[in-house]
Write a protein that binds this ligand. Structure first.
Ligand code: SF4
Length: 331
């Protein structure tokens, strides 16, 4: 039976275009159709006993057993000025279920890519061999590598599949809050910890900093905060602070309004980092020092009733905890 082009298109899995895939592979990503995996800097450092990431320090996840990936690696609705990723490779369009790979397939293909990316470590003379052996069976999944994971229509199934693996300890998802209806579906099988990225205190700054593809980007963000507030999981707002743009005490009340709307367990106040492709859009002066992050976090804690419970200087981040909700930090 000969399938005509449109029918083939109907059943064809979404693939990144060749130049995007080539670019990602050159940047040491593993790629499978619309998904990608990478070895995080902190996983490398942990394998070399040179330190761990702030999520290990704050929440107890193992940096060396972290699999950082995305099921929608080249799809995003936003065009954030501070993003370290190359924007020219990002597209925005919805992914249909008929175009999406199944969770098990994505996991198995990306795990194989990840093992390939890790294959050279045992011979580099610096790698802890026990940690390398453990790293081959990831226990923490960071679904935040690139693109917007809620554009992958089988995200709830992916979370359920990862939870079914015996070595799984935790699953973190970071979303830009542009797909509130996808979050409603995710609420039925939530990750261990759900993040919404907060990059602006107001609609005006949101449009300037996130540069969303859709005109209703701000109201979608607000709706996602509402959906998050009702989700039965650990809820986190990550505030990316850009000096001279969204980091000023006159915005404190607006940030408190956002916090009250989402009812998070934790708020991470993190510095914008002058790295990657963001250097063509922002200046090094836009990157706050840790001391500036600390004092802004102290004022935000005072204004919101949250408490500062930890910080990591080399990641320029301060962690605030909700005394009414957060019972324990470690997962
Ligand atoms: S949790 Fe995040 S920072 Fe830590 S190792 Fe995984 S991807 Fe890297």
């Amino acid at each position: 039976m000969v399938l005509n082009a449109s029918v083939k298109l109907l059943f064809m899995t979404m693939k990144m275009d060749a130049s995007t895939e080539a670019h990602l592979r050159k940047a040491k990503y593993g790629v499978f159709n619309h998904s990608a995996v990478q070895i995080c800097t902190w996983t490398k450092k942990s394998l070399h006993s040179e330190g761990v990431c702030y999520k290990q320090q704050f929440y107890g996840v193992d940096s060396h057993r972290c699999m950082e990936f995305s099921p929608a690696a080249a799809l995003c609705e936003n065009n954030c000025v501070f993003c370290w990723r190359p924007m020219e490779f990002m597209r925005f369009r919805q992914m249909k279920a008929s175009e999406a790979n199944e969770p098990k397939e994505i996991y198995e293909r990306l795990l194989a890519e990840r093992r390939q990316l890790l294959s050279g470590y045992p011979g580099d003379g610096k790698t802890d061999k026990r940690k390398h052996a453990e790293a081959l069976a990831p226990s923490h999944f960071a679904i935040s590598l690139s693109g917007e994971p809620t554009l992958y229509p089988k995200l709830p199934q992916l979370v359920r599949f990862l939870k079914s693996l015996k070595q799984t300890k935790s699953i973190f998802i970071v979303t830009n809050g542009q797909e509130p209806s996808a979050l409603v579906k995710l609420a039925r099988s939530p990750p261990t910890q759900l993040y919404i990225s907060v990059n602006a205190p107001s609609k005006e700054l949101f449009m300037k900093i996130n540069r969303p593809a859709r005109k209703d980007g701000w109201s979608r963000f607000l709706r996602s905060l509402d959906v998050m507030s009702k989700m039965k999981t650990r809820r986190v707002l990550r505030l990316t602070m850009i000096k001279g743009m969204n980091m000023d005490d006159r915005f404190l009340n607006d940030y408190v309004t956002i916090i009250r709307k989402a009812k998070p367990h934790f708020v991470e106040v993190k510095a914008y980092m002058f790295v990657g492709f963001s250097r063509s859009r922002l200046k090094i002066e836009n990157m706050p020092r840790h001391g500036e992050i600390r004092s802004f976090a102290e004022n935000l804690a005072a204004a919101s009733g949250f408490e500062i419970v930890d910080e990591k200087r080399d990641s320029r981040i301060v962690l605030l905890s909700n005394p009414k909700l957060a019972k324990h930090l470690f997962i």
